[in-house]
Design a binder for this molecule. Structure first.
Ligand code: ATP
Ligand code: MG
Length: 240
């Protein structure tokens, strides 16, 4: 196996919320051009892990290193390098898709903004709705726009927390096409998901987070079947 350049590294990350230890000594790295999926039961700490990694939450202990730089909450460097899509869309309901993209584009100092925004709106299938305030949008339409927002700044790392949730078949295919394009261009991707089929299609490596601990990781590299992956998960999660 080829050694990958490390893009993102977590070293002994812990997170306490309230008086509960949600993340316990998480050490994990994401290589350049690698797609890593994090799976695990509800409440395991996946979204907490995600929020710490993208700088929305400050870890209680440990370090998160991005491209050689320690991530702090609200780090500007993080915002430029990591495109993240979480449970919240970070969109403004009284703005139209085009206005939302322009707003974020200005914030991230995106060049050629209007042109890129229009192209992205076409890519995610919202071009015809570009001037309609998004408050009337369906969940899937919002998710499509959130995907366009993430792509606008052309990040080197994509972090996606359950990105397929709420999408119809067509939008799932669209998102996977976008993810595969990013993979081809050597971007690093971290996906949190409950959808084993999507994980199996997209990931090079899978890690299981259970009760705040990474209990096992496995290399897929297209060599393991979906069933084998599910069996591995069941064994690790149920067994102990
Ligand atoms: N602000 C908070 N204060 C206290 N506990 C919290 C807080 N936010 C989350 N938790 C707890 O942290 C644990 C992990 O939650 P988290 O959302 O990270 O899980 P998850 O793995 O993403 O679950 P799911 O698969 O349902 O999305 C849960 O037990 C939750 O109750
Ligand atoms: Mg979650």
């Amino acid at each position: 196996m080829k050694e990958l350049e490390t893009m993102l590294e977590l070293k002994n990350v812990t997170k306490v919320l309230g008086n509960k230890l949600i993340l316990r000594n998480i050490s994990l790295s994401l290589g350049e051009g690698e797609t890593l999926a994090v799976v695990g039961p509800n409440g395991a700490g996946k979204s907490t892990f995600f929020k710490c990694t993208v700088g929305l939450l400050q870890p209680s202990g440990g370090e998160i290193i991005l491209d050689g730089e320690i991530i702090k909450k609200k780090s500007v460097a993080v915002k430029k390098k990591i495109g993240f899509l979480g449970h919240e869309s970070f969109l403004y309901s009284n703005l139209t898709p085009f206005e939302n993209l322009k707003f974020y584009g200005k914030l991230y100092k995106v060049s050629d903004l209007e042109h890129k925004s229009m192209n992205l709106l076409k890519e995610v299938g919202l071009y015809l709705f570009r001037d309609v305030p998004i408050r009337s949008f369906s969940r899937g339409m919002i998710q499509r726009l959130a995907i366009a927002r993430v792509l606008l700044a052309e990040p080197n790392i994509l972090m996606l927390d359950e990105p397929h949730t709420g999408l119809d078949q067509e939008a799932v295919a669209l998102l996977n096409k976008i993810i595969k394009e990013k993979q081809k261009n050597g971007k690093s991707i971290l996906i949190i998901s409950h959808d084993f089929e999507q994980v199996h299609t997209l990931a090079d490596r899978v890690a299981i987070l259970k009760k705040g601990v990474i209990v096992d990781t496995i290399q897929l590299d297209g060599k393991m079947s979906l069933n084998e992956m599910k069996e591995w998960y069941d064994k690790v999660v149920m067994g102990g």
